[in-house]
Design a binder for this molecule. Structure first.
Ligand code: GLP
Length: 239
């Protein structure tokens, strides 16, 4: 694991954007996995402003809420369109967004997974880290071999979305997420973690026991992982 500690969220975002832009220059048809959350917002803004071309690239989202359509303002699809996809030249036909409102969620996950396999898998999975160690929405207890599937959200993860949905009761109970096994097949994993609140889970991810109870510890078995931390998120790790 290549763990880098940057002075600030701004620097972390610049470093992350440089990695993504560098990949697109060396491999214009790169296949990208895209997370949501507050952490990658500045990285997405920098990519949109960078002028790097995505015309041959492909993008897959990591997760989506069950029962929330792609057009819903609270969907991860809307987030990705607003913050990245509508601001770059990636052709919509090369964008694969899970449909949270699909009548058959299991089939929707199989469809997303099959499209990803047909694209040759992810060259780069950009990842955030949940407070409980989730990656995508792989909550604690997710098997490391798991594939794209529906999953029940923990109360903690639902609480983190309460302000987005207005109140906790409105946050969906379940999500669709790329599996940990699916994510681990990416040729490069780029994890971004920012802020004091994540310091404990960063330590667990990097220094605690490898366990399905901390899904992000699965990354430690991957040969090509870059972890970008700001100083606040790195506060509890060993020097
Ligand atoms: C979200 C998403 C993840 C994301 C994580 C961290 O809910 N399901 O893909 O990486 O939680 O979000 P944040 O960056 O806002 O802390």
């Amino acid at each position: 694991m290549d763990v880098r500690i940057l002075a600030s969220h701004a620097e972390l975002s610049q470093r992350g954007a440089a990695i993504v832009a560098g990949l697109l220059r060396s491999k214009p048809d790169a296949v990208l996995g895209l997370p949501t959350g507050s952490t990658p917002l500045a990285l997405y803004a920098l990519l949109a402003e960078s002028g790097v071309t995505f015309t041959s690239a492909m993008a897959f989202n990591l997760d989506e809420f069950v029962g929330v359509s792609r057009e819903d303002p609270n969907s991860f699809a809307t987030y990705l369109r607003q913050h990245l996809l509508d601001r770059i030249d990636l052709p919509p036909a090369q964008t694969h967004l899970l449909d949270g409102a699909a009548a058959d969620p299991e089939a929707e996950c199989r469809r997303h997974e099959a499209a990803l396999q047909a694209a040759g898998g992810l060259d780069l999975a950009i990842l955030g880290l949940g407070l409980n160690g989730h990656i995508g929405y792989n909550e604690p207890g997710s098997p490391f071999a798991s594939r794209t599937r529906p999953i029940m959200l923990t109360e903690e993860s639902r609480r983190a979305q309460a302000s987005q949905f207005g109140e906790l009761e409105r946050v969906p109970a379940a999500a669709l997420t790329m599996g940990i096994g699916t994510i681990l097949e990416a040729r490069h994993l780029l994890m971004l973690v920012s802020g004091e609140a994540k310091a404990g889970i960063v330590r667990a991810m990097l220094e605690g026991p490898v366990t399905e109870q901390v899904p992000a510890t699965a990354l430690r078995a991957h040969p090509n992982v870059t972890v970008l931390l700001d100083q606040a998120a790195a506060r509890l790790i060993s020097p």
